[in-house]
Design a protein around this ligand. Structure first.
Ligand SMILES: *[C@@H]1O[C@H](CO)[C@@H](O)[C@H](O)[C@H]1NC(C)=O
Length: 172
């Protein structure tokens, strides 16, 4: 009985320190591929990735419209469905931007540092990387090419979108 309790405590602690990627395991491998394979280098920049074991890490970027995650939206699968007024093209890309896009935002200097992993709720599930937080909503092009943001009230937070690419505006 004593040992059962001890084991329970150990497993509980291991479970708590898990990250959704590899609960109950002690090794520090992550079942997801290196997230940098999704990284869209703007000018061959290297970005500060701090590994914390397993799928846990932090990546520090500037708060800027060029710090963003892109993901495909489908009409019939995924936790976030494609909006009806979305532009028809081959990609159907939605964006989670640290700052909503505008010409001024694009030209703006880098803002304060953010850890994009926590800021966008980046997580690994079943060997796939997802975002799950949309701080400025989800941006997409409408049929008339106008950019639109939906879910700016956080209504999509907690829903997963499979990461296609991400960009990181370096700190000033
Ligand atoms: C595109 O459509 C939206 C919604 O129908 C409208 O608000 C916007 O003004 C349109 N933009 C252009 C450039 O026509």
């Amino acid at each position: 009985m004593k040992y059962f309790l001890l084991l329970s405590i150990i497993f509980f602690v291991l479970y708590q320190s898990g990250n959704g990627c590899m609960k109950f395991k002690l090794d520090t491998t992550c079942e997801c591929p290196d997230i940098l394979k999704h990284y869209d280098k703007i000018k061959e920049e290297t970005i500060p990735v701090i590994k914390k074991g397993g799928c846990k890490m932090s990546i520090t970027c500037a708060t800027h419209t060029n710090t963003n995650f892109l993901f495909p939206l489908y009409t019939n699968r995924g936790e976030i469905l494609r909006p009806d007024d979305m532009m028809e093209n081959s990609a159907y890309v939605g964006a989670a931007d640290a700052v909503q896009f505008s010409d001024e935002a694009y030209e703006a200097p880098p803002g304060p540092p953010i850890d994009i992993i926590s800021y966008f709720g980046v997580l690994c599930d079943g060997g796939v990387w997802y975002v799950s937080k949309y701080p400025t909503g989800i941006g997409y092009n409408m049929k008339n090419l106008t950019l639109k943001y939906i879910g700016t009230n956080g209504e999509f937070d907690g829903k997963k979108a499979r990461i296609a690419r991400f960009s990181c505006k370096p700190l000033a």
